[in-house]
Write a protein that binds this ligand. Structure first.
Ligand code: HSE
Length: 404
């Protein structure tokens, strides 16, 4: 059996996890041959032989012994350059860089085809949970109705700490950073962009359609306030940052990313701390639930190892669903029900609600619950960034075909 000689790009939280996991993986027949890092002088927690390290990408890319690249660096632009160069040289790549993949996936798919090589990235979405390979291989386009879940460990950790343990928001964020879950710029976690990138990738493998990140309504948790938590507690629900891609008819699907009031009857209600949970709903089988660690060094490294092992069997994504003739089209012309809390901003005067279902006014803060089209929320996205505003969705069923 041919040995896998890995060129590892990045030796941060995930890179060090990969190093440890490979060291213990007796069946992988894989060794880390070189490790490329930006700063050779930096001290790192995990000891690895000094001669493995280099600060030159070419020491890996031009090394004929290296037959697999694992790319887990923190900088999406640098990652994009490395992955493109590797694929153009026909070297297969395993990557965990969700921002890079979500932004460039159509081009990366074309490069894999053109240079007859593979890019695997299960680690990019939900850490240790094998979401991508399952969507790619198992779920067909006709029965699948919805993929919905908690895709970001840091924001979920913060919400759990604030909601269940009354911890201050800033303290919970600091702890998520210390534990190594948060991105180097944690606004990606708390503003929802990290979940958005994962949702973009999931949608390609779920429905065979690529949607650019800028086309998706995305709203995070940074403006959450004590009054929102009080409201949720009174109603017996939790606030979770939820990503969803959902068919609204046989021809149309929508996707969005925003906090949601989750009742105890839902699987994701009990997904707490840094855990991720993904619900896959379909005709005939109703709901299936995948739960596990979505962030952190070793959980993410376990997914990288799984992709390395898959390469041992020449596995690659075939993107079969992208070639189906009958793919649903992305639309934001879809009604959603939302709670919007506000103070100075004139939310009821500006947002074009189709129907207002509940309204509450007080000296401290106000809220409105109403039905509005997703495209209208998207159009007023800037207004919703005001510090006095917070928005959360109330779950709606778009298609319930089992009952028809
Ligand atoms: N910052 C990410 C999270 C890391 O918290 O989920 C895993 O993608």
């Amino acid at each position: 059996m041919e040995q896998i000689n890995i060129g590892l790009f990045g030796f941060g939280t995930v890179g060090q996890g990969v190093y440890k996991v490979i060291d213990n993986a007796k069946n992988a027949h894989a060794v880390i041959s070189r490790i490329a890092v930006r700063n050779l002088a930096k001290t790192r927690d995990t000891a690895a032989p000094q001669e493995l390290f280099t600060d030159k990408a070419t020491d890996i890319l031009d090394n004929p012994e290296i037959n697999l690249i694992v790319e887990v660096i923190d900088d999406p632009e640098a990652s994009y350059e490395i992955v493109k160069q590797a694929l153009r040289k026909g070297i297969p790549v395993v990557s965990g860089n969700k921002a890079m993949i979500a932004r460039h996936l159509p081009e990366l798919i074309e490069l894999q085809r053109q240079y007859d090589t593979a890019l695997l990235y299960d680690a990019s979405s939900c850490g240790s949970i094998p979401v991508i390979r399952n969507l790619e291989e198992y779920y067909d386009n006709d029965l699948l109705l919805e993929v919905k879940g908690i895709l970001n460990g840091s924001s979920n950790y913060i919400l759990s700490r604030v909601f269940d343990h009354n911890q201050p928001y800033a303290e919970a964020l600091r702890k998520a950073q210390e534990l190594g879950f948060a991105e180097s710029d944690p606004s990606f976690d708390i503003e929802g962009y990290d979940s958005l990138f994962k949702l973009i990738i999931i949608t390609v493998h779920a429905l065979g359609v690529y949607v650019a990140p800028s086309d998706v309504f995305t709203y995070g948790i940074s403006t959450i306030h004590e009054s929102d938590i009080r409201y949720a507690r009174e109603k017996g629900v939790k606030i979770k940052l939820v990503a969803q891609v959902v068919k609204v008819s046989d021809e149309k699907f929508t996707m969005f990313l925003m906090p949601e009031f989750v009742p105890p009857s839902r699987y994701i209600y009990s997904v707490d701390d840094e855990y991720n949970g993904v619900v896959i709903r379909g005709e005939c089988y109703d709901r299936q639930f995948m739960f596990g660690k979505g962030a952190g060094s070793l959980p993410t490294a376990s997914s990288i190892l799984s992709d390395i092992m898959a390469r041992r069997h020449d596995y690659r994504y075939e993107y079969k669903k992208m070639r189906y003739v009958d793919r649903p089209e992305y639309s934001t012309d879809v009604p959603v029900r939302v709670y919007v809390r506000y103070c100075e901003t004139d939310i009821p005067g500006i947002l074009p609600f189709a129907e207002i279902r509940e309204q509450y006014l007080s000296a401290e803060s106000n809220y409105v619950i109403g039905d509005i089209k997703l495209c209208d929320l998207k159009r007023h996205r800037d207004l919703l960034s005001a510090p006095d505003v917070f928005i959360a969705s109330l779950p709606t069923f778009f298609v319930e075909r089992d009952n028809q």
